[in-house]
Design a protein around this ligand. Structure first.
Ligand code: KMT
Ligand code: NI
Length: 178
């Protein structure tokens, strides 16, 4: 079952996969205001229905753990750093957790990080243009997830550091400030 809470902002490069729960929970309603939508899914049919309803055409399944990098610790760590670097995408994206556990952090009001702890059967919709980051959890260090894409997968992550503000970002900011 998913859990949502404010991040304690005390992470370091050594311990960012830890829970970092500030003790302040976040409601699904607060997430909805950011355009972030959570659903507990109980069957593949339900997942397929949501994908159809929202016009998703593509998906893939990803396994992230040390084995999936052939045991190459450096390659694994470097990928983890990439996912944890604050970024956005130009498309809405759905993540559905099949196995394992992970944390998706999204930027909330006043730039506060909200952490979504996701486990099997949890589905999260991230709107286009929202700043976010992802990490495996130190509890399990592995996840199997289905990534759903509206059209062709757009892998591009636009890092906040780059300062690049595309239409998707501008539209997202407008959509939450009304
Ligand atoms: C993202 O958009 O940051 C990701 O898809 C992270 C990996 S999916 C488990
Ligand atoms: Ni992303």
């Amino acid at each position: 079952m998913a859990r949502f809470f404010y991040h304690d902002n005390k992470d370091t490069p050594e311990d960012f996969t830890d829970e970092h729960d500030s003790g302040k929970p976040v409601s699904e309603e607060t997430l909805l205001k950011l355009g972030v939508f959570y659903r507990k899914i109980s069957s593949m049919d339900e997942l397929n229905a949501i994908a159809k309803e929202r016009g998703y055409k593509n998906r893939d399944q990803v396994i992230l753990n040390l084995d999936s990098f052939g045991g190459d610790v450096n390659a694994f760590n470097s990928k983890m750093k990439t996912f944890y670097t604050e970024h956005y995408h130009e498309d809405e994206e759905i993540r559905y957790i099949v196995d394992g556990e992970g944390y998706f952090d999204v930027r909330g009001k006043d730039e506060k990080w909200i952490r979504a702890q996701l486990s099997p059967n949890d589905l999260l919709v991230l709107p286009a243009g929202i700043y976010h980051r992802f990490t495996l959890s130190s509890n399990l260090r592995e996840i199997t997830a289905i990534r759903l894409f509206k059209d062709e997968p757009k892998w591009e992550a636009i890092n906040r550091d780059s300062g690049r503000v595309s239409d998707a970002r501008t539209e997202y900011v407008q959509s939450i400030s009304v």
